[in-house]
Design a protein around this ligand. Structure first.
Ligand SMILES: Nc1nc2c(ncn2[C@@H]2O[C@H](COP(=O)(O)OP(=O)(O)O)[C@@H](O)[C@H]2O)c(=O)[nH]1
Ligand SMILES: [Mg+2]
Length: 235
């Protein structure tokens, strides 16, 4: 299996943990658990990685989420067309040759031919990823493509326990509110909790379903904490 990723940035873990303190916990773990070996095709340098990949339907906010978590603008985002054709990453050095990598994969649900290509791409990355963040949209009513993704790729117990369901775009949950405070109102919270219950019923997740908004950054820390928790719980 040959998988290809392009990195936009290689920095230090501190860059990330300054923004989201949960990532600090990765620091002392280089001698523990599973790290995947990776050979850079250009430099032939061998590194050990924990990779966290973002998957899901196109337009759900995967690229926006990686941008706001990393505090970068490397990942192109779009309302109209999917921008990502390969796995694009930002990498952070934990220590020595140990790296943490955040990867943005193309979104499915654009058209059938492309979906087949992307499901294959997801499959190739699944064995390699420490955490799989399946982005679902809080204001979506139809989960058919998300269910198909789950049915085709995420049924095995060893994969299921690595998935975090990220319930994105919570700022769009009804009833919409124009106030400047990013925190959802009481009524939005109630509807968000109903959505979480629905996602749990449809997908039977092993780990938490985390509501958040990439645009307002509401509960982004909740999301990064759960991602790191899953990464460390699996070693
Ligand atoms: N209101 C709102 N819009 C968002 C949020 N996250 C992403 N978007 C918008 O949704 C569109 C698609 O986002 P993108 O990151 O390109 O989705 P991707 O195809 O899953 O990578 C863009 O116009 C984003 O600005 C969010 O949390 N709230
Ligand atoms: Mg994208």
């Amino acid at each position: 299996m040959k998988i290809v990723k392009y990195y936009h940035h290689r920095g230090k873990l501190e860059e990330l943990s300054r923004r989201h303190s949960a990532f600090e916990k990765i620091k002392g773990t280089v001698n523990l658990g599973v790290w995947h070996e990776w050979t850079d095709s250009d430099t032939k340098e061998i590194s050990c990685e924990k990779m966290m990949i973002f998957v899901g339907k196109t337009g759900y906010g995967k690229s926006t989420t990686v941008n706001v978590i990393s505090g970068t603008n490397y990942f192109q985002t779009s309302d109209v067309s999917s921008c990502t054709r390969v796995c694009q990453c930002v990498d952070y050095r934990v220590q020595g040759r140990y790296w943490l990598s955040l990867g943005d994969l193309p979104g499915v649900g654009e058209n059938q031919v492309r979906d087949e290509e992307y499901f294959k791409l997801y499959q190739d990355f699944l064995g390699y990823a420490s955490v799989i963040i399946h982005v679902i949209r809080a204001d979506a009513r139809d989960y058919s493509i998300d269910e198909e993704t789950t049915r085709r790729l995420f049924m095995e117990a060893s994969i299921k326990k690595r998935i975090v369901y990220a319930l994105g775009q919570c700022d769009k949950i009804e009833p919409l509110d124009r106030k400047s405070d990013p925190a959802p109102t009481e009524l939005q919270m109630q509807n968000s909790n109903k959505k979480i219950a629905e996602v749990k019923r449809v997908f039977s997740p092993v780990n938490a379903v985390v509501p958040y908004s990439a645009t307002t950054q509401w509960n982004l820390h909740g999301l990064t904490s759960e991602i790191v928790r899953v990464a460390l719980s699996l070693g």
